[in-house]
Ligand binder design. Structure first.
Ligand code: UDP
Ligand code: MG
Length: 310
């Protein structure tokens, strides 16, 4: 059997991660081939102490800890790099119990039967209606804007073979949008459906609306330049429209002489153009900001503490 690393990003999960690891230990028989890497993403609630304890208790548990909160993408990247260094396949799951270890076990079983990319697709029955609608709108809009295929419900809970892990690890970009990167790798060869546990306490997401919005913008801008193109086209269309308007007005003036009305139109035109310009600048700014980020070439995370790499 091949080696598998289960990567679990943890941000303030002191209370919930032990239960996940306990259940993993009962679910996964062949633990001598499976390692669990817990990544502490700069938690402030004593998660690191819990991870140290888990490492003491279970020989298959390793951990590493960031100097501060770098975000889930950075934590996953640390896991990808770690698995890649060991030439292992990788399974990513959440620390908060929303990703059932029983499903992880099924995914590992399919991997052992030869699958190279297994995805767990969640139902959204447990989520509030507004969040479900938000998810649908976000996926719809992203799917249209981004030139990669995104599937609602297919997130980071997935297993990737050693080769795919190496490919991911070799993607040097700093502004990461993993859902897009996975899709870039190619479609999964197996999809396992699951419903997250209907536990109210689990519903609390650590993603605020703001961070979700940021993440969506990352998703669009890190995958293509379509928004830039869209702006160019809108600019052209507005330009043509305003020339037509000018011609229309000139004809009107030639026929009827100068009249005073048009105040509303002018104000509308000015504000509309102003807003278009601001949007354009904003989108350009997004890309320039990203270029700046890549050019600076800073690492995506900084590790403060980790179990010895054998
Ligand atoms: N997480 C992280 N860094 C962060 C935010 C979240 O490592 O800055 C981890 C978190 O501990 C959890 C996973 O990412 O294991 C998913 O987070 P959460 O449950 O808040 O998100 P959701 O369930 O809404 O996808
Ligand atoms: Mg969660």
């Amino acid at each position: 059997m091949k080696r598998i690393v289960i990567v679990i990003p943890c941000f303030n999960e002191a209370e919930r991660v032990p239960a996940v690891v306990d259940e993993l230990s009962t679910q996964i028989d062949a633990l001598d081939q499976v390692e669990v890497l817990l990544v502490d993403d700069g938690s402030t609630d004593g998660t690191l102490a819990v991870l140290r304890e888990l490492h003491e208790r279970y020989s298959f548990v390793r951990y590493l800890s960031f100097t501060r909160n770098f975000g889930k993408e950075a934590a996953m990247l640390a896991g990808v790099n770690w698995a890649c260094r060991r030439n292992a396949a990788m399974l990513i799951m959440d620390a908060d119990g929303q990703h059932p270890p029983a499903i992880a076990r099924k995914m590992i079983e399919s991997f052992q039967c030869g699958a190279t990319h297994v995805v767990a697709q969640r139902g959204r029955a447990d989520e509030s209606r507004s969040r479900r609608i938000l998810a649908r709108v976000a996926y719809g809009a992203l799917g249209r804007l981004v030139q990669v295929q995104l599937v609602n419900g297919q997130g980071d809970f997935r297993l990737l073979s050693c080769d795919l892990v190496a490919a991911l690890s070799g993607m040097p970009e700093r502004n990461r949008f993993s859902k897009g990167l996975y899709s870039w790798l190619g479609p999964p060869d197996e999809v396992i459906e699951f419903d997250p546990p209907a536990d109210l306490e689990l519903r609390r997401s650590r993603w605020s609306l703001r961070s979700l919005l940021d993440y969506s913008i990352d998703g669009v801008t890190s995958f293509n330049d379509r928004p830039l193109r869209l702006i160019l086209l809108t600019g052209l269309a507005v330009g043509v429209a305003s020339v037509a308007y000018l011609a229309f007005m000139l004809i009107a003036i030639w026929r009827n002489g100068v009249e005073a009305p048009g105040y509303v139109t002018i104000i509308f035109g000015v504000t509309m153009l102003g807003s278009l310009q601001l949007i354009s600048l904003g989108v350009m700014g997004e890309y320039i900001g990203r270029i700046l980020g890549e050019v600076k070439d800073r690492p995506s995370y900084l590790i403060r503490e980790e179990t010895d790499n054998r």
